[in-house]
Design a protein around this ligand. Sequence first.
Ligand code: NFK
Length: 209
Amino acid sequence: MTKKGWIDISQPLSSDIAHWPGDTPFSYETAFTKEQTGSVNIGRITTSLHTGTHVDAPFHFNDEGEKIIDLDIELYIGTALVIDVSGYDHVDAEVLRGFDLEGVERVLLKTAVPNNPEVFPERISELAADMADYLGSKGVRLLGVDVPSVDPLDSKDMETHHALYRNGIHILENIMLDDVEEGNYELIALPLPIKGADGSPVRAVIRPL
Ligand SMILES: N[C@@H](CC(=O)c1ccccc1NC=O)C(=O)O
């Protein structure tokens, strides 16, 4: 049965969370203790913006692209359709044509089950660039995936990122959909207003409609 109420689909951030190989790991520390300040504990985090559940700004893969603060917050709040493509190694327009995407503005793709946030995947399903044109033709504006990238992990041309961008589709990565059933939800996954940034961690939550 579908759970009622808000469901957290974010990866918990800790020093154990996986990060892109070579990128900045996540860390939290108490920079100043209550004993030191005499009043409060004060935390500090260090992290890549692409660790854990996050959104990519176009500037991440395009020097001329918008930064995170320039993006419409409406992209990240609203109805979303969860679809399960975990049976496919290669997800393309043909696969997506098997789902009714009429009127759908946000698509959350379940590709990898189980999803372990503490292990960087060795390989992920191929999300073909032609998927972007199909999603664009349906009016989709946001694509969420349960893996660290919409392109192959060794991609340099970032073909699917660019194809999504050309179609006006923004990207949400590393969501957790293991226990989520297919269907229509309301999504909130707001980025932080970090000036100049190419992405941002988000707390992504969904609620069945
Ligand atoms: N393709 C990834 C990110 C990515 O490529 C990346 C992220 C952090 C550090 C290095 C990266 N890529 C290549 O070395 C993405 O979908 O955002």
